[in-house]
Write a protein that binds this ligand. Structure first.
Ligand code: HEM
Length: 394
């Protein structure tokens, strides 16, 4: 009880000084989980572990601060920076700036990540998951894998873990064929795609985004991605081996706020994981633990077991709070995830300015239709489910 009282006091103090409303709450709750686990809460990665501060580039310093959850020196989101291209694609002015080509890539991706309803599309959800499945094969203890583009370059789509990613794999191959000659690598296309997609979803985060990863066509080791039938302790251990602690895993799971499963239960293909698919709100959190969700909301066993784990509850409750949750759900971990296995983090280049701006208010125009779909009897890939996948108005 004493711990709880002192934590609430600290939470309130953190909230008053934070640059992003509520984010201090998350950081505090994250650190409390980490403290109990006695795991370094801010583990550095790759070259950032060995380079002295005097040898860090501005990007190296920023990423180090992000990984160390130093929110003053390293805020994980940037809502304002806008990159303006100095010239047309292929011009000498454009070639002289790394981010210039990425602005053209981002503009093209953004057109297919948002549907006519304003919700984000199947491709957007697909690339967020793809970003995880490319980078998440990395292991701290066993090495190998990581954000290296091998998912596509080594055709990892053939693995059962990756079912559901066929569509985005085909599109990503096309993008690579188009953009590689302008200098884009596969690993960067995937991770930039993930952050461009996240912010294309209404209410989505504008996560700081970096390029300069090396590509690899060596297949990543198998068996390193989570399964829905694993229990919470197994999932926590799996992610800790990627330097992602329990609180950070809870934050990442929130990506299921936009998703619609197809292969977990094919008889319910198209059913969403919360009542607002394609919208990056926090409803996933309370609905995963509620007994009163609309009948088509399909909960993954892994999300439920994580929510019910005793050490998850403080953070899960915070994220579920309609007032504090949206601001508190910081996106620090996406940056950690997106650079797993990258050896030369200090040499990356920041191109956050190329991302679309965040949509911070969203009201759907088809709320009544959505509600009746959510209460309807499950029919695999019903017309409404397909429209939702494509971000269309119901
Ligand atoms: C315990 C960890 C996790 C498990 C067991 C898990 C499992 C799944 C499953 C079974 C699906 C449905 C695939 C389908 O049927 O089409 C899915 C979808 C999705 N997952 Fe996860 N996931 C986990 C963590 C994550 C993380 C860390 C992220 C992102 C950082 C993520 C992002 C997504 C997204 C965006 C979708 C929707 C994909 C789409 O609509 O095509 N997941 N996940």
């Amino acid at each position: 009880m004493r711990t709880k009282i002192s934590m609430i006091t600290t939470l309130c103090m953190a909230a008053t000084i934070d640059a992003f409303p509520g984010m201090g709450n998350t950081l505090q709750a994250l650190s409390s989980i980490v403290k109990r686990q006695e795991i370094p809460k801010t583990e550095l990665l790759a070259d950032l572990k060995i380079l002295p501060d005097s040898e860090l580039t501005p990007v190296g310093k920023a990423i180090k601060a992000i990984l160390q959850i130093n929110r003053t020196a390293g805020p994980p989101q940037d809502f304002d920076t806008v990159y303006t291209v100095p010239g047309p694609l292929g011009s000498p002015e454009c070639k002289a700036e790394t981010c210039c080509m990425w602005k053209y890539v981002a503009d093209e991706m953004a057109t297919v990540f948002k549907g006519p309803s304003g919700r984000c599309t199947d491709l957007a959800r697909g690339v967020v998951r793809l970003g995880f499945h490319d980078a998440g094969t990395w292991s701290k203890t066993a090495g190998g894998g990581g954000a290296d583009g091998s998912f596509i370059l080594a055709q990892e789509i053939m693995r059962p873990d990756n079912r559901g990613l066929e569509n985005i794999t085909n599109v990503m191959e096309d993008w690579y064929n188009k953009w590689h000659k302008h200098g884009a690598g596969m690993a960067d296309l995937i991770q930039m795609g993930a952050t461009i997609a996240a912010v294309s979803c209404p209410l989505g985060p504008r996560i700081r985004s970096f390029v300069g990863r090396n590509d690899s066509s060596i297949p990543s080791p198998e068996g390193r991605l989570p399964e829905t039938n694993q229990d919470a302790e197994a999932l926590i251990a799996l992610f800790e081996d990627k330097t992602i602690v329990q609180g950070e895993l809870i934050s990442l799971l929130g990506a299921h706020t936009v998703s619609q499963q197809r292969f977990e239960d094919p008889s319910r293909a198209g059913d969403p994981q919360d009542s607002t698919p394609g919208v990056w709100d926090v409803k996933f959190y309370p609905e995963t633990t509620s007994d009163h969700t609309p009948q088509r909301v399909f909960k993954f066993k892994s999300d439920v077991t994580m929510a019910e784990h005793p050490r998850s509850q403080e953070l899960w409750t915070l994220f579920s709070d309609p007032e504090r949750g949206p601001g508190a759900w910081a996106q620090v971990t996406y940056i950690r995830l997106s650079i797993l296995g990258v050896e030369h983090i200090n040499n990356l280049v920041e191109c956050t300015g190329v991302l679309p701006l965040r949509v911070s208010n969203f009201t759907s125009t088809d709320e009544t239709e959505l509600e009746s779909f959510l209460e309807s009897k499950s029919a695999p890939m019903s017309e409404e489910a397909v429209k939702l996948l494509e971000g269309e108005v119901l």
